[in-house]
Design a protein. Sequence first.
Lengths: 340, 296
Amino acid sequence: MRVVKLPKQHREMFLERLEKFGEVHVPTPKGKENFTFKRMETPEQMAWEYLRTILPPKKYFMPPKETLMNYDQSNGYHEVDPEYNQQVILFGLHPCDIHGVGIMDMIFDGAYNDTYYFKRRKDVKLIGLSCIPDDKCFCRSMGTDFVDTGFDLFLSELEKSYMIAIGTGWGDQVVQANRDILMETTLSDRDEYLERRNRRKEQFQIELDTSDLPYILDLSEDTEVWEDIGGQCLTCGACSMVCPTCYCFNIYDRENLDGESGERLREWDSCLFKNYTRVAGGETFRSGRADRVKNRYLHKQAHFVDEYGHPSCVGCGRCIDACPAGINVVEVFQRIRGVA
Amino acid sequence: MPQSHVYELENKAADPNPYLPKLARIVRRVPMVKDNHLFMVRFNDPKEGEEFDYLPGQFVELSVIGSGESPISISSTPTRKGMLEFCIRRMGRNTNALYRLKDNDLIGIRGPYGNGFPVHQMEGSNLLLIAGGLGMAPLRSLLNYALDNRQKYERIILMYGAKYPEDVLFRDELESLENREDVDCLLTVEQAYDLPDAKPWHGKIGMVTNLFSEFKDLDVNNTYAVACGPPIFYKFVIEKLLERGYPKNRILMSLERRMECGIGKCGHCGIGYKYTCIDGPVFTYWDAINLPEMIG
């Protein structure tokens, strides 16, 4: 992997020039404390110090609601093309979110490819950006605090510049087009990088011990912790909506007023909703709140491990931020372990 | 992300859309019991009909245009080409819409989905099929498949329990098997009344679990027990099977769950790390022990 260096005074120019390669989306302030990935109107809009957006990048590949197909009574179903028809560049993704996209890629792949997902995904380029953790970040615990692949470019902040790692041929094209403002890295840049990354490691304030966690969860099937959390949880589903790797959706039809045609949509769903497991006739297979809460935590940290070999949580801290009941995933697992 | 990954993404995007139903027509509706018809269906494009290869125990996502989609198990057997048959109870919004359709109306079908019954693995063994209520729908496919491949299986036994005689699915078809010597077909109902105009009940009366005593000599180590029925049914049937010493991996169950996509994406049918739609709907009792939610 080749690495180059972008002096900070040129960062806006770099962003501006990215527009030549496609539609640039950057983390943009929303209200006083929040950020959201949004189309870049001006490079000044980029929140270089942001930590987490309200919604993760998944909205670019699977929007909260999308039309899958149109139908009419006489001709049946007609696929809606979800393609962007141009390159979309997501700029400023932190390592946790890049890992999150990688996990979503795995989920929508498999015996059946979700073509809606991949038709959007193929046109989205990912440019990463390093970060300093706050009191909700636990990516280090999840092994997602650094990222080696899965990006086109990745910017690591130094005091006066960004080191740019080139991950793909497309990334290299961008670098070639910016040769006049980019520099070669030096050994002292390397030393500064190492010093910063080691310092960052020390800045995590919360930790989730994931060693043999699936096993401990198995053993904790009947712990009273789930009843406790079930009593606290409002089952609002906010944690699912903001989670970079929650992928559940409903499929439903919406009829037009003509009574002859309509559309088939899909919309984000959450396993915390009671109707999530409801079948025709009214039976639900996970009706208790504690059961639903338990299922969500187990899916992230145990079931997903059984299926893919690693958890699906990337430690971004969004669910901690979003929970109106103040449930903190790290504390939940600490309680399961009996250390809190 | 190596460069090859980009081409991979493009290849995946170019795959056929797995959500797009193929058009089919309702050829005939055969009323079986109250609110439960057998729908005979044929693909509009004969080529799609030929290509639709399935196993007993698999299911489809059936679309009623303008209403929605439901997972429906296949009741016909792949050994009899031509029409697909679905035994469907009028139960929720979508099946109610299906019941408003007429012969020759268009519907959508995608699939087949799920693992199906391990028909090849079961060759050379006895088959003990145990159905409760609507659970006969997928087992009818397996029963007819086994009868069409009669030489591949040892004894074939069906034990089917329903509440009343008027709830027994495929009653004429199953009663006609009673004369065959190469299959034991035992039907039982919880209660039977002599209703005017109704066909008199000659079958058994009592719970399906009472029928086990009729097959005391069955070698449990050379038998696959295949159960399908409502959640409470599994509790009693499995208790009985374990009592008789059936190995846990020779007890098969076909499960019902909410399935929206049928292809392991939407999440709803998840039980532990398994998806009922792609890892099931057929599971062994051994799976169920490891997945506490499976049979409640």
